[in-house]
Every structure is written in C-alpha cells, then in structure tokens.
Design a protein around this ligand. Structure first.
Ligand code: ATP
Ligand code: MG
Length: 470
C-alpha cells in the first residue's frame, strides 16, 4: 500500500465507524418525543377526557356547538392578526414552506383559524354564532412545567353580540367550567383596554413614562417601547415588573362608554357571586384585544411563577374585519390550557374507571398449545366469546380472557381480574356450556351462583347505565 492510500484509509476509517454507529441508531429510530411535546396515555388521558367532557357539557348549556378547524393554516392567518411583534408571532410560530410552495403555520391558538372559517364559510350571515373547540396548539417556547411546545386548549368563541352582558356570560361560562372541574383557589382578574381612541392616548402616556426608565428595561421591552409599549405591561421580566409598578394606569384614560361598559360587567359579576379583582395592568399578549380582557389564575406556587394563568380571553370586535370579513361583527372568547388544568385536578375529581366483568373460559384439558386448541376447547372458547359480545351490547364493560395455553393460566387470569379491579367473573366450563348456564362470581363478596345466559345478560345489563344497541 503506498503512502497516499494509507493516508486515505486513515482519514476514512474513523468516519466509517461513526457512520456505522449513526446508521444503526437511525435504523432503530428515535424513541423520545420531540422536545416540548409529550406522549399522553393512562391517567393523564383520562384527565384530558374529563376536562373535555366538562367543557363540552358547560358550553352546551349556553348554546355553543363544536367547531374544528385544521391544524395547518396559511401563515398569514396568524401573522396579520396576532401582531407581528407579539411573542407568539415574533418567536414561537412553527412555520414552513410545503412541497407546493405554500407558507403554512401550525396553529398557535384557535381564534384566528375559527375567524378565518367564519368568514370563508359565510357563517357571519347568521349571527350570533357560538362555538367551542379543543385540540393541540403549537408554540416554540422554553419547556417548563405547564408550558409545552405542543399543548392543548379548550376554548369558546362568540360572534355577533356586543352587549356587555355577553362579556359577563362568557366569563360566567369560564367560571362554571373551572368550578365543574372542582378547581378551587382560582382567581379571576379582569381589566378594560377601552376602545382604540382611548388606548392610543394611553399608549403615549405609557411611552412617555417608560422612556424615562429605559435604561432599566429588559431588551425585549426596550424594542417594544417604540413599536407597542402596551405589550410591555405583559412582560414577565423582573426588572420590567419593578418599573411598571408606578406607571400610568389605563383605567384613567377610558372613554365614558368604555367606563360604563366595564362598570356593568363588574357589577353583574358581583351580583352573580363570581369573585374577581380588577388588574389595571392586565393587557394580554395578542394584538386583537379591546375593551374586556380577563385571566383566571392559580397561585404561582402551584404551576410555577410564570404558568399561573389557566384560562384567558377577551373581546376582539375588529378581528373579523381585519381578517377580510365584513365590518361590525363583534366577537369575544377565551381559551384554557388543558395541561395546566390537568396538573391541578385532584384525584377525587377524576371519576374512577368503570369496573369490568371478566369472562373466563375454563377448558377441561390441562395442557394444550394456544395455536392448536382441541375441538372441545375451541367450541368453549367461541361460546364464551359470544357471551362476552352479548354482554358488551348490553353496555357491560367486558374483559374476555383469551385462552393462551395451560390450565395453570386460568389461575393467572383470576390474578389479572383482581388487578383490573373486576366486579364479577363469568366462568364457563364445558359442562356449563352444554347445559346453557354460567357461573357468576361476585369478586367483592366471593360468592357465586349458577344462572342461565339470559339471566346473566339481564342481571349485569341492568347494572349498566347505557346500552350500546337499544
Ligand atoms: P402565557 O402568558 O402563560 O404564555 P399566553 O398569554 O401566551 O399564556 P394564551 O395565548 O392566552 O396564553 O392561551 C390561553 C391559555 O393557554 C393560557 O392561559 C395557558 O393556560 C395555555 N397556554 C398558553 N401557552 C401554553 C404553552 N406553551 N403550554 C401550555 N399551555 C399554554
Ligand atoms: Mg405565551
């Protein structure tokens, strides 16, 4: 081998080693979810299901119906509406160009897509429209407890009503939703951003005040001083919070109609016994809000200092027009973070799983292979399977114990039944099959009795609350 060839081998060899290691990893594939995104199953899935069910139930009481819009939207749906200098648009969007050259964004929130649908589907011809929605949202944020890159929201949108009582109604709906989940220690903060004219005057006053303190402001806030000083009120940087303590307050700049509107809302909330505090610095992070804004919060100790808000919303009367629809369609809505709600749920508020009935075929023969069941065992297996199917049609939750091998496994199946917290076992041997009966064993009292298949269906079916087929 000449020197050149040797040098070539020396250069290639280590690279090949790395390639081999890498390719075996690539072949096996990554087993972790993408950072900031989570696999959900078991108890957590049950909590999400409960949150959704409660949300749907409460929203239905107010006449809301479900809307589902796509996860992917044209990027302009969000860029134009949420505000180019908002955190969400500025830093957090998952956007890409697809194979057809379209610029798409994975939705970071629900309102813009639903408003796009309202316009595109001409739903605004028949107002009011009331929708609830739930599903995943995507924001490229720093992962923390209760702050993920894929998270779920349950939310509502009301289009076509602008009386202050409709603001109270959506806040009341939110409050009832949170109470239905058994959440205590949630406090409502509310504020009025006023109309555009009064907000412009306030913006100037705030800019003037903050300009005097610009040396102490965080970098983000300094950038926003010229573009959108209102957003600085939403800053979570400690140095900004200190400076904001003595800043001018928006309520001093509200127009008379805005003041009257806000008074109506606070007085009615008091009459409804919904406790709240007015937080004059509450502005919300997105551009489209005006007049009423609100947040339901828990103490910072429960979810971490920056994840205390579990549900937030406000009024956005100009949004439909801004997105290309007709003028004069008022709208208001809120969204709740389902991961945060799930972290706060108490175990006792999550309903226990329905206890199953186990159906166990008991073959006479002790030993057989699961692949080649003797004919009598096959017949028994099918018979028990048919009974399981009939029970399920009666609305009974059934775990059928598929035969897997030796009789010793029948014993294991009893242990499995206990582990599943089964309420009853239905035991079926060949003799029982031939005389059309089963042994029904109550696993709590450990008592057992023989009964016909019809009696079994009647007795267990009567305990089920919902028949699958009437
Ligand atoms: P935050 O101030 O916590 O960043 P936000 O003002 O950006 O919240 P909204 O856009 O108002 O949030 O969304 C409504 C709710 O959705 C929030 O109150 C929160 O409960 C939840 N939420 C928002 N972002 C996330 C996230 N990254 N992970 C989990 N939940 C979230
Ligand atoms: Mg945020």
């Amino acid at each position: 081998m000449n020197m050149v060839a040797l040098a070539t081998v020396a250069r290639i060899a280590p690279t090949r080693g790395i390639c081999r290691r890498f390719s075996s990893k690539a072949r096996n594939g990554p087993t972790n979810a993408v950072k900031g995104m989570k696999d959900r199953f078991g108890d957590e899935s049950q909590r999400f299901q409960l949150i959704t069910e409660k949300g749907v139930r409460v929203a239905s009481l107010y006449g809301y119906e479900q809307i589902s819009t796509p996860i992917l939207e044209n990027s302009r749906v969000f860029e134009r509406t949420l505000g180019e200098d908002s955190d969400v648009v500025g830093k957090e969007l998952y956007s890409f160009v697809d194979k057809g050259g379209d610029r798409l964004t994975m939705r970071p929130e629900g309102t813009a897509g639903i408003t796009r649908a309202l316009i595109g589907q001409h739903l605004y011809h028949d107002l009011p429209q009331k929708y609830y929605y739930f599903g995943p949202m995507f924001r490229h944020e720093r992962q923390q407890k209760g702050r993920l890159r894929q998270f779920e929201q349950f939310g509502i949108e009301l289009f076509g009503q602008n009386h202050a009582s409709s603001d109270v109604e959506v806040i009341e709906l939110a409050s009832l939703f949170l109470s239905s989940l058994g959440l205590k220690n949630v406090t409502l903060e509310i504020n009025s951003l006023g109309n555009n004219a009064s907000r412009q005057i306030y913006k100037e006053a705030l800019r003037h005040y903050l300009a005097k303190h610009e040396d102490g402001l965080s970098k983000d806030s300094l950038n926003r001083l010229s573009t959108n000083p209102l957003r600085i009120l939403d800053s979570k940087a400690p140095q900004d919070i200190e400076i904001l303590e003595n800043c001018p307050v928006l309520s001093d700049y509200l127009s008379v109609p805005s003041q009257q509107r806000f008074s109506f809302i606070t007085e009615t909330l008091a009459q409804l016994n919904i406790p709240f505090t007015v937080n004059p610095r509450l502005v919300r992070g997105l551009d489209y809000y005006q007049d009423t804004v609100f947040e339901f919060k828990v103490a910072s100790s429960e979810l971490g200092p920056q994840q205390g808000t579990v549900l937030a919303g406000g009024r956005y009367d100009g949004l439909v027009e801004k997105m290309g629809g007709i003028a004069g369609v008022p709208s208001i809505g809120w969204a709740a973070g389902m991961e945060r709600l799930s972290l706060l749920l108490n175990d006792q508020d999550v309903p226990p799983k329905t206890r199953p009935v186990v159906v166990i075929p008991i073959p006479e023969q002790n030993h057989f292979s699961a692949d080649t069941l003797p004919p009598s065992t096959m017949a028994l297996h099918s018979h028990a399977f048919v009974i399981s199917s009939a029970l399920r049609k009666q609305g009974v939750k059934v775990e059928f114990m598929h035969l897997t091998g030796t009789k010793a496994q029948t014993q294991k199946q009893f242990a499995r039944a206990d582990k599943m917290n089964a309420s009853h076992a239905v035991l079926i041997g060949s003799e029982e099959m031939n005389s059309g009966v089963v042994t029904l064993k109550c696993l709590d009292s450990r008592t057992e009795k023989h009964c016909s298949v019809d009696q079994l269906l009647e007795e267990l079916g009567a305990k089920s609350t919902k028949k699958v087929i009437e």
